[in-house]
Design a protein around this ligand. Structure first.
Ligand SMILES: CC(C)(COP(=O)(O)OP(=O)(O)OC[C@H]1O[C@@H](n2cnc3c(N)ncnc32)[C@H](O)[C@@H]1OP(=O)(O)O)[C@@H](O)C(=O)NCCC(=O)NCCS
Length: 334
């Protein structure tokens, strides 16, 4: 069974309820029907029946709960919740009443209220518009200050000697542009959790750099080496039980012979399966190299660090991508 099939089947066993915020998108309506048919999750679709039937007349909506913020009796309740969450930031009750009618905000408020277990949106909204409601009202998990993302990278076969698990986690390739040392430490701890819960591997986390254990320095330039070194110290303090080390070049992280040579005392060097990149440039370029040159399949971006699971789709997503993201979200739910 492929990892993706495993994720779907584990999700089905959990019977979580996931809100899809974009009932105005045909792919989302089709995915909602497929997820319901396959029993992967219970779906709340934000939209209304007439609109869905017009956009996707051939799709059967049986078993899907449709909710329209413009007519729902929950909108007023959610507006109060939004006001309470944002009044310290200057939001008025009138603004909260207006914003609660927005479909993505309504979905985030459903999640905050505990009426659904997870949130998926972004098929027709930007990353910022998809994640902002979650950042504003759902906030971060206990002990974590940074929402981040990772890709679960699945090897084309199991013959790569540098990735014996056949799966790896790359972070953060999509949200935090130039993370601080504190944010990198959060990204490392959250990625280890995702590696366990979604990728199904025991994490060995490498904090990546162009330097291994002080071999290089960029003091005159961007100072990423001391940043990654400090992040390593912070992450070890946050999760002392975690197999985590750095700073490592990629080869020192994955090749046992290089790891032994450059970081002989490290248990992670040469054996890492979770990779924390120093910034979004390195992470985004890195995962695309693995995809295009290495033939790896990338699942994600998977958002991590939220108090409750929210995930962002790419605007170019397919129906299958939406189904996979809902399954991942169901596995992230408590
Ligand atoms: C994550 C992101 C979407 C947030 O953008 P934003 O909505 O403009 O964020 P803001 O700075 O206005 O912050 C909104 C709130 O979220 C919080 N926030 C922002 N980023 C956060 C993060 N990574 N973790 C936790 N909280 C965060 C802010 O503190 C703020 O909270 P407050 O209003 O309660 O004070 C932004 O970092 C981003 O656009 N990242 C790059 C995305 C991208 O282009 N990716 C490429 C895809 S490959």
């Amino acid at each position: 069974m492929s990892l993706l099939d495993e994720i779907k089947s584990k999700a089905a066993a959990r019977k979580k309820t996931i809100v899809l915020c974009e009932g105005e998108d045909k792919r989302v309506i089709e995915a909602a029907a497929q997820i319901t048919r396959e029993g992967i999750a219970k779906i709340v679709l934000i939209g209304n029946e007439a609109e869905c039937k017009k956009i996707a007349p051939e799709v059967k909506l049986d078993g899907i709960t449709l909710v329209d913020p413009l007519t729902s009796d929950k909108t007023a309740v959610y507006a109060k919740l939004l006001y309470e969450a944002r009044k310290a930031k200057g939001m008025t009750e009138e603004q909260a009443a207006e914003q609660a009618k927005d479909r993505t905000m309504f979905g985030a408020l459903m999640l905050k209220a505990g009426d659904v277990d997870g949130y998926v949106s972004g098929a027709c909204h930007s990353t910022a518009n998809t994640l902002r409601p979650g950042l504003q009202v759902v906030k971060t998990a206990a002990g974590i200050k940074t929402v981040s993302s990772c890709f679960i990278m699945i090897a084309p076969d199991n013959k790569n000697p540098y990735n014996p698990d056949g799966v790896a986690v790359f972070a953060d390739c999509a949200i935090n542009i130039e993370p601080t040392a504190e944010q990198l430490a959060d990204i490392a701890v959250s990625s280890a959790k995702t590696a366990r819960s979604i990728a199904g591997i025991e994490p060995r986390v490498a904090m990546l750099s162009f330097s291994t254990k002080g071999s290089g320095n960029d003091d005159k330039f961007t100072q990423t080496v001391p940043k990654v070194q400090q992040a390593t110290v912070l992450a070890k303090a946050m999760a002392p039980e975690l197999a985590l080390d750095g700073e490592f070049q990629f080869d020192a992280a994955v090749a046992p012979e290089v790891g032994k040579l450059k970081a002989p005392d490290s248990k992670v060097a040469g054996h890492a399966n979770v990779f924390v990149f120093p910034n979004i440039n390195a992470g985004n370029i890195g995962y695309k190299i693995a995809q295009r040159f290495g033939g790896y399949m990338a699942i994600g971006p998977v958002c991590q660090g939220f108090a409750k699971p929210l995930n962002d789709l790419s605007r170019g997503c397919s129906v299958e991508d939406i189904v996979a993201t809902v399954a991942v979200t169901a596995l992230q739910a408590e």
